[in-house]
Design a protein around this ligand. Sequence first.
Ligand code: NAD
Length: 496
Amino acid sequence: MALFQEIQAPNVKYNQPLGLFINNEFMKGIDGKTFVTTNPYDQKPIVAVHEATEKDVQVAVQAARGAFEGSWSIVTPSDRGKMLTKLADLMAAKLETIAATISLDNGKALSAAMFEVTNAIDCFRYYGGWADKVVGQTIDTDPASMTYTRHEPLGVCGLIVAWNLPISLLSWKVAPAIATGNTVVLKSAELTPLSSLYIAQLIKEAGFPAGVINILSGFGSIAGKAMTTHMDIDKISFTGSLAVGRQVLHAAANSNLKKVTLELGGKSPNIVFPDANLDHVMSWVNVGAFFYQGQVCCAGSRILVHEAIYERFLDMLKKRTKINKVGDPFDPDTFQGPQVSVAQFERVMAYIEDGKKAGATIIAGGGRIGSEGLFIQPTIFTDVRDDMAIVKDEIFGPVCTVHKFKDEKEAIEIANSTHYGLAAAVHTADLNTAFHVSNSIKAGTVWINNFGLINPQAPFGGYKQSGFGRELGSYALEAYTQVKLVRCWLAGPVFP
Ligand code: NAD
């Protein structure tokens, strides 16, 4: 099978790389395997890509190790930064094409995909700026010593990403890892290999030496597992489900005790107090629950509303969901595309059925849109109980539950009654309420009077079973460095 294929997307014709990207070259897998990626909109095959197996992971890790010990180790931090910035420039020049590669195999509305690529470009620029600003400390212990710390790279980092934000997640991991002097092997999600491969072809042009950034398409149970159990990978940064996150941690513990960052799921509360501006709140609640078909780790899928505005709020939300345009991802007005795959579609529909059987009330949606395709109506459940699966589990679809609360204390209790802790939001005009509630919520991010504002400069990550470690901001630099202490004895008697 070829290594490139011309693809005609609705907005652009482009040359799609298909191979494994190792040592700055596209290549076939050693076992000669391929797999087909499918368009969720019409469920037709788009193209087959080459599949990485254990042997390819081994070759990619060797390439990354060779670069780490060799060519990459003599590149100055400042030059690392220039390469990251150049990659951002190259991506910006192809923004619409990269967005098309995301919409094709992921089903995300093109407008949302453009937003995602812009976020990734900003992320590469941000860490390009950080590369020559990572510094240790000089510590004045005593007059006879010179004592300082160095923040050194970890080595070879294995990066494993989910399908819902293929290019944002790639940038959140690759950019800080590279800025701090590591080399990487990234495995894209099997449902969405196209966009990562497109970025791969820009890497050589950006000036990175061979082996510094390697990108593989492949399955979690084969290539992903080979990475997490590998004895020469120093760190795994993983974004995905809680269940697989546990396996990653086991694999790290049972192999070389590689360092691990886990970015897992969520069941984020979106809390609305009666003094909030409800017109504004509607937009944030709608985006929180239904943006990108609800396939967002920090989706505001549990909406908590004060009893004084409960009925009015429900009325407004029902009306707001009707405005969301559902359809072809390449239609510029589309807000909601198809779910990413048949399996995800069926999983979300099963949760809706489960909610109905458990006795919750559906006030909007509750079914598929039309008789074919992977479109699901924005669905709102009320009359829910804590023991219902629709309240406890991350559904990862356009489904939310609305809970009534009587005061701040109860809102905080409901908000924290989950094993997840990725994000939350509070809407109120009262500063005391805003700060008291945000300080009381056990989550890695709390948005006040907005939902979902994520920026490369600000850290993102979970409390509780939403994971550990932080991506983005200066915090992510810590996730890719280790501290070395150096103590030099300058003068005086030898220590007795
Ligand atoms: P998933 O856990 O099924 O897969 C994620 C990645 O792990 C994929 O690349 C997959 O191939 C790989 N994988 C699967 N099994 C593996 C194994 N045994 N060893 C190593 N790798 C393996 O998750 P998904 O369905 O792709 O993504 C959805 C999940 O991701 C949701 O739970 C969502 O909340 C989460 N997510 C979290 C964040 C965050 O920043 N916290 C961001 C996006 C998505």
